[in-house]
Design a protein around this ligand. Structure first.
Ligand code: SAM
Length: 362
């Protein structure tokens, strides 16, 4: 993903998704034994990107913990992949970037420390029994690896038969891996609040709630570039998002087998429900009817999380300029489509919001 705080600047939707988790976080913290002591209260944000979208929620968490434990040191661990732009994150959280438009929580609360962990959430990222509250939003749909090709789509939502099965099997394995590592990291009585992309009870998923299907549109435009001779067949199949949107049943499955490893590790699924957050860009357009602003903001937001997948699917023998030109052409075509039927385009977010706890006696 692009660095320099670009992610937070253009992603109003994911910020709203996180704000909507406040009730879950409140319930999680209310249910925890938080004593005032010298022991660190550790928060982890898994897949935090530049930290801007979860910033207000983290401020709220700090406030809630501080109210019950005035002297307790608090550490916020921001986790993401090694190549994440952690410099942008530190600049933002220290209030050296205007992007947040609010005072850094580090200026409001003392005895609060921020640390970064550049270790994949597919590994244990923190020591045993060290995290009190783990949080993750819109990150755990990224698989640990691409389990195969999808011959006629760029995303598992369009896969069928054995190709879909390979993604589902990988996603099942990965969900268990994520949970088992978090079970080790959590203190007994610790909690996880996870907000994950999904396919909900009505078959809805990101950018597929009504109107144009966003991922089908990506696929159609990528195919258009093949038909025009700009992108090769091989480059077409190279582009597959290594992601999977799990169903509620798939999220809940590891918790329902008392002899399974997740239950034996002491994890319990306390709460799970799907929620849809309306695309803020589409909502603004409906009010303002400012088409240029909508097209620009909407496609920039799409670009912020998808561009690298298309760029990396292009043959590495092409010079970077050429790859950038093709990617520009791709998003230019997306812009044209939005311009033609703006009211049909929206990236509504569809997530399962879940709270998980680790037993007090492991
Ligand atoms: C769409 S962003 C979400 C950022 C933020 N949590 C939010 O909700 O706005 C997904 C983030 O997950 C990170 N990510 C993907 N796979 C990861 C992994 N295996 N370990 C840690 N972070 C990962 C990406 O680098 C990216 O920053």
């Amino acid at each position: 993903m692009k660095g320099g705080g670009y992610y937070s600047r253009v992603n109003r939707g994911t910020k709203q998704v996180i704000s909507d988790a406040l009730d879950l976080v409140e319930t999680a913290i209310e249910g925890m034994l938080i004593e005032d002591s010298d022991r660190v209260f550790a928060i982890a944000d898994y897949g935090a990107a530049d930290g801007g979208t979860s910033y207000e929620l983290v401020r709220n968490i700090i406030g809630m913990v501080r109210a019950r434990a005035p002297k307790r040191p608090i550490v916020v661990n921001y986790n993401d992949l090694p190549k994440n732009d952690f410099s942008a994150l530190f600049e933002m959280i220290h209030g050296e970037d205007e992007i947040l438009g609010v005072k850094s929580y580090l200026k409001d609360y003392d005895n609060v420390f921020i640390l970064a962990s550049g270790t994949s959430f597919y590994r244990q990222a923190f020591p045993d029994n060290s995290i009190d509250l783990g949080f993750s939003s819109t990150a755990l749909h990224w698989l640990s690896e691409k389990p195969g090709i999808i011959s006629d789509h760029i995303h598992a939502v369009g896969a069928k038969g054995s190709e879909l099965k390979a993604f589902a099997v990988q996603a099942k394995k990965d969900w268990q891996t994520i949970l088992l590592h978090r079970a080790k990291e959590l203190v007994p009585g610790g909690k996880l609040v996870f907000i994950n992309f999904c396919i909900d009870e009505q078959g809805r998923y990101l950018g597929n709630t009504a109107g144009v299907n966003m991922l089908d549109t990506y696929n159609a435009i990528w195919l258009e570039l093949v038909a025009e001779g700009t992108v090769t067949n091989e480059e077409y199949t190279n582009v597959v998002f290594p992601q999977f949107y799990r169903t509620g049943e798939e999220f809940a499955a590891p918790f329902s087998d008392p002899n399974g490893e997740v239950c034996k590790a002491g994890l319990n699924l306390d709460q799970i429900e799907s929620r849809v957050v309306e695309c803020p860009h589409a909502a603004t357009y409906r009010e303002t009817k400012d088409l240029d602003s909508f097209v620009r903001a909407y496609v920039s937001m799409l670009r912020s999380w998808s561009e690298s997948t298309f760029y990396n699917g292009l043959d590495p023998s092409r010079p970077p300029d050429e790859r950038n030109r093709i990617v520009d052409l791709f998003y230019g075509k997306y812009e044209e489509r939005v311009r033609r039927t703006p009211e049909e385009h929206a990236m509504d977010h569809v997530h399962y919001y879940m709270m998980i706890s680790k037993a007090n006696v492991p």
